[in-house]
Design a binder for this molecule. Structure first.
Ligand code: AMP
Ligand code: MG
Length: 430
């Protein structure tokens, strides 16, 4: 990671502390500080979801050789031009070509070779007759294993029928995959077909995660009065893994300045590409994260005009990019989706942030407070359109309403009231 957020931004957003930066501006500023990581070469078997560093050109034609697309008989189309079911054409069988074998026998007039799907079409042949259209096929027993010395063909074919031509899919030197795209299963398939056993991809970003708060207790320890389990660490780690980053959970940090500093120093020394904290960035008297970051780094912004998740902070600590998410579990989730995911995808080399985004019609009217709002909703598709209704109480600590949601609907900044039937953008979560 190179460039740091500039100090001049600090003044722009922090002075006065009531000034909120828009989501759009915040995202622009944040993304400007992240750059794609270096490349590494990994085995193809581990490459699903990883982002290609270089485009891939084919070294070969696909198919590499002209081959049969059916189990049947290789023929010269002109030899069977008169074949009909009542008056079949008889051909002499000169070879048997299973997949994997190349025949050395060139077909002459009225000759045929039995051929299996994927086997190279022999010299002289220009088409294949499916076995079902010969007397070598009995639907009860499927095709016979015994090979007769002659066969009867019941139909005609055109030259090229049931033949896959060399290079019809890919030509040697064609660009088959572009850089900066994540590899999907079918792309691993084509890379394997091309004989590419190792692929150049962007290194996975490493994200150090800290949960801050005196009230937090690890999930496997009993709660005392006033305590809660640290849930954000689990949600954030899983989101990072989903986005092909490497989460490194450094633990729970108590609400005191020295502990926060010590943990941030550990994170910075840890070669993290991003330090991700939750909680302790708001205006509470024990919210030390901002103070510590500013003491040995810079804060670029720390309040965004959004709901939930206003206290999102961004900057760097000792030169390592830092994103401070709010503590409330739903705010942390939304903050991740809006800011952290795009940053991780940019580090991972992706050229754009894919979102399953649709327009949806509100089933009921919604009141908002003018901030850009990301509300938990259930989207349904019926009568040719998406409709949306909220999952219930939108309190930023209420995780169950996030669990019940399949989308976040987005109320634009400035809108305070949307009547039933209004159209909104929605991000599908599943
Ligand atoms: P804060 O930002 O520190 O004021 O925290 C806001 C709210 O989020 C408080 O109710 C915290 O108890 C809660 N919270 C903070 N961190 C976590 C966490 N890691 N998991 C679950 N809830 C949290
Ligand atoms: Mg706190």
């Amino acid at each position: 990671m190179s460039s740091k957020p500039s100090a001049s931004n600090q003044a722009k957003y922090i002075v006065g502390s009531t000034q909120l930066i828009s989501v759009k501006e915040a995202l622009q500023e944040l993304l400007a500080a992240f750059h794609p990581l270096e490349s590494e070469t990994i085995p193809l078997s581990e490459a699903a979801g990883r982002v290609l560093y270089d485009g891939i050109r084919s070294g070969i034609d696909l198919p590499l050789f002209t081959n049969s697309s059916m189990d049947g008989f290789a023929v010269r189309a002109r030899d069977v031009a008169a074949a009909i079911p009542d008056n079949p054409v008889s051909l002499t069988v000169v070879d048997d070509i299973p997949a994997g074998k190349t025949s050395t026998i060139k077909l002459g007039e009225n000759q045929t070779s039995r051929i299996m799907t994927g086997a190279p079409v022999p010299e002289g042949a220009d088409a294949v007759i499916p076995v079902e259209d010969t007397d070598q096929y009995d639907p009860k027993f499927r095709s016979s294993f015994e090979l007769s010395s002659t066969i009867n063909v019941f139909r005609t074919v055109n030259p090229g029928d049931y033949v896959r031509q060399q290079g019809e899919d890919v030509r040697q030197n064609d660009v088959v995959l572009n850089a900066n795209y994540p590899l999907k299963p079918q792309e691993l398939g084509i890379l394997a077909m091309l004989g590419i056993a190792e692929v150049p991809v962007f290194r996975k970003p490493k994200i150090s995660i800290l949960s801050t708060g005196d009230e937090l207790v690890p999930v496997d320890q009993p709660l005392e009065s006033g305590q809660i389990h640290d849930s954000n660490a689990y949600t954030l780690s899983a989101l990072i893994k989903r986005d092909f980053g490497i989460p490194e959970y450094l633990g729970i940090v108590p609400d005191d300045e020295d502990s926060v500093r010590k943990f941030l120093e550990t994170a910075a020394a840890n070669n993290a590409d991003l330090i991700l904290t939750s909680a302790g960035v708001s205006v509470g008297v024990f919210d030390y994260v901002r103070t510590v970051v500013e003491s040995d780094g810079e804060l670029s912004f720390w309040r965004v005009n959004m709901r939930p998740g206003k206290p999102v902070a961004f900057g760097n600590f000792q030169g390592v990019p830092f994103i401070g998410l709010p503590g409330n579990p739903v705010s942390a989730f939304v903050g991740y989706e809006v800011f952290v995911r795009p940053a991780i995808l940019k580090l991972s080399g992706m050229s754009a942030v894919p979102r399953y985004k649709v327009r949806a019609r509100l089933e009921k009217g919604i009141k908002s407070d003018g901030r850009e709002s990301y509300l938990r909703a259930i989207l349904r598709y019926h009568h040719g359109e998406w409709t949306a209704r909220l999952t219930g109480h939108q309190g930023s600590g209420n995780l169950l309403s996030l669990v019940h949601a399949n989308a976040l609907i987005i109320i634009p900044p400035g809108d305070k009231s949307l009547p039933a039937g209004s159209e909104v953008d929605a991000w599908l979560l599943d």
